[in-house]
Ligand binder design. Structure first.
Ligand code: GUN
Ligand code: FE
Length: 426
C-alpha cells in the first residue's frame, strides 16, 4: 500500500467556497495515494484497511499557500521598515541579495529559511530566489528535500540594480536562465521552475522579449510585481510610454497570463479597473501581501473589488517586506487592512471576513497549483494538524471559533503535523 494513503481523524475544517467553511468535528479525512476522497462523519468502512492517524481534539485544515515570498530576504526581516519600496530595495534588499553570489552564505541562509517554513503552516509557496543560478539551484535542492511543494524562480534583472546585483546584459540573463532550467530539468518531484522577471524597472525590453521566448519554449508560469507603490507606478509609465498601463506593459511582452502563461502578480495595490479587467480577462492571479503593503506604506489593495470582479486572489507573506512566513498571519493582516480601508478610504468595499481570508490562504492561492487547498474529493491532500490548546479556553468552542482564533493567535510551534500530497513531512 502507498505510504500516502491513510485515514486522518480530527476536528476538520476546510473551505467549500469563498464564504462557506465545512466543519466536521471528530471527522475522518480519507487520503488515497495523496488525493482526498473526502471528509466523513464516521470512519468509512470502504477504507477500514488504511492506517488510522488519530489526532482527536486537534484542528485539521488544508496546508496554507504562500503565493509570494522572497527566500533570500528572510535573513533581514524587520529592517528598513521606515522606508518606501524603491529606497528599501536599494538600501537593504539589493545589498542583501548580492550576498547570494557566495554559495556558503546562501547555504546557511537558505537552510534557515527552508527549515522555518517547513515547520510552519504553509505547505506550498511560490518563491523568488536571486539572480544567481547556482544559489537558486541550491535553494531548490533544499526545498525538495524539505517535502514542501514549491515553485521557484531565478530572478531576472538587467537594469536599475547595483554594481553588485545586476546581470550584465539581456543576453547574459537569458543565457543563465536557460542554463538554470536545463541543469534542473527532471531533477525534482515537488519543486518547479517559474519565470521571474523582478519587475518592469529591473528588466530591459530586450530581456522581456528573451523571457517570452523562454516562457514559450519551456512552457513556464510567470511571477512578478505589479502596481505596488506610487513612485514605482510613475516610473513604469516613464519606462513604457507606449503601454496603456503597468499590467499592459507585461501584457505587451506576452508575460501577463492567458491560457499558456499562468501568471501571478504580487501586490496590485494601485491597480485600477482597467488593469483588473485585463487581469480578469487573462486569468492573472493577485498575490495579496497585506503585511508588506503596510510595512512599506504602499497602501491597501482593493481585494473586495477584485473578488467582486471575479479575479483569482491568494495571499503572500512577501518576506522581507512582510515579516512573518505564516499564512495564518497573512489572513489576519488581510482582514485588518480591509477594515481600515473600509473605514478610512472606501465604505463601499466591505471588509473581508475570517471565512474569506481562510479561503484566500487555502483554495484561493492553492488553485494556482491545481486542485490544492481543500479536502473536497479529488484535491491533493495537503494537511496540517494544529494543537490549539495553548490558546483555546477549556470550555469547548465551535470549530469555527477555534479556526478564527487559530488565524489570529497561532504560531508555527502550534503546527504539530504536516502532510504534502499525502506524504508526512513531520
Ligand atoms: N518590487 C521589486 N522587487 C521587490 C521586492 O523584492 N519586494 C517587494 N515588496 N517589491 C518588489
Ligand atoms: Fe515581493
Amino acid at each position: 500500500m502507498s505510504p500516502n494513503s491513510f485515514v486522518l481523524k480530527g476536528d476538520i475544517c476546510y473551505s467549500n467556497s469563498l464564504t462557506e467553511i465545512n466543519t466536521v468535528p471528530n471527522g475522518y479525512l480519507v487520503c488515497v495515494d495523496g488525493i482526498s476522497k473526502g471528509v466523513f462523519q464516521e470512519h468509512p468502512a470502504d477504507y477500514a484497511n488504511l492506517p488510522l492517524l488519530d489526532y482527536t481534539g486537534k484542528l485539521v485544515t488544508p496546508g496554507l499557500v504562500d503565493l509570494h515570498v522572497h527566500a533570500p530576504q528572510y535573513a533581514f526581516r524587520g529592517l528598513g521598515m521606515d522606508l518606501e519600496l524603491l529606497d528599501w530595495l536599494h538600501t537593504h534588499t539589493f545589498p542583501e541579495e548580492a550576498k547570494y553570489k557566495d554559495l556558503a552564505y546562501a547555504k546557511k541562509a537558505y537552510t534557515r529559511f527552508v527549515d522555518d517554513v517547513k515547520h510552519g503552516p504553509n505547505t506550498r509557496a511560490i518563491i523568488f530566489a536571486t539572480l544567481h543560478k547556482d544559489a537558486t539551484k541550491l535553494l531548490m535542492d533544499l526545498l525538495e528535500e524539505s517535502g514542501l511543494n514549491t515553485m521557484v524562480g531565478k530572478v531576472n534583472m538587467d537594469r536599475n540594480g547595483t554594481t553588485e546585483l545586476q546581470e550584465e546584459s539581456a543576453e547574459a540573463s537569458a543565457r543563465d536562465t536557460r542554463a538554470w532550467l536545463d541543469e534542473t530539468a527532471g531533477r525534482y518531484k515537488r519543486t518547479k521552475p517559474i519565470l521571474t522577471p523582478r519587475f518592469i524597472p529591473s528588466c530591459t525590453d530586450q530581456l522581456m522579449h528573451n523571457l517570452k521566448e523562454i516562457q514559450e519554449e519551456y512552457k513556464l508560469p510567470v511571477q512578478s510585481h505589479l502596481s505596488e507603490n506610487q513612485g514605482e507606478v510613475a516610473w513604469v509609465k516613464e519606462l513604457c510610454p507606449g503601454s496603456a498601463g503597468y499590467g499592459h506593459a507585461y501584457d505587451d511582452f506576452g508575460l501577463f497570463g492567458g491560457d499558456r502563461c499562468p501568471t501571478v502578480m504580487a501586490h496590485c495595490v494601485l491597480s485600477d479597473e482597467d488593469e483588473s479587467a485585463l487581469m480578469k480577462k487573462n486569468g492573472v492571479y493577485v498575490a495579496h501581501c497585506p503585511a508588506s503593503n503596510t510595512n512599506l506604506s504602499s497602501g491597501v489593495a482593493p481585494i473586495r473589488r477584485f473578488l467582486n470582479e471575479g479575479l483569482h486572489v491568494g495571499l503572500g507573506s512577501d518576506i522581507a517586506a512582510g515579516t512573518h512566513t505564516s499564512i495564518f498571519a497573512a489572513m489576519a493582516d488581510a482582514i485588518r487592512v480591509s477594515k481600515l480601508r473600509w473605514r478610512l478610504a472606501d465604505t463601499s468595499l466591505s471588509p473581508l471576513t475570517a471565512a474569506e481570508a481562510f479561503y484566500l490562504g487555502t483554495i484561493g492561492g492553492g488553485s494556482f497549483f491545481g486542485k490544492v487547498g481543500s479536502f473536497a474529493p479529488g484535491y491533493e491532500c495537503d494537511a496540517i494538524v494544529v494543537d490549539d490548546t495553548r490558546y483555546t479556553a477549556a470550555d469547548e468552542r465551535s470549530l469555527i471559533d477555534r479556526l478564527e482564533r487559530t488565524i489570529y493567535l497561532s504560531e508555527d510551534r502550534d503546527v504539530v503535523h504536516k502532510f504534502v500530497q499525502g506524504a508526512q513531512v513531520f
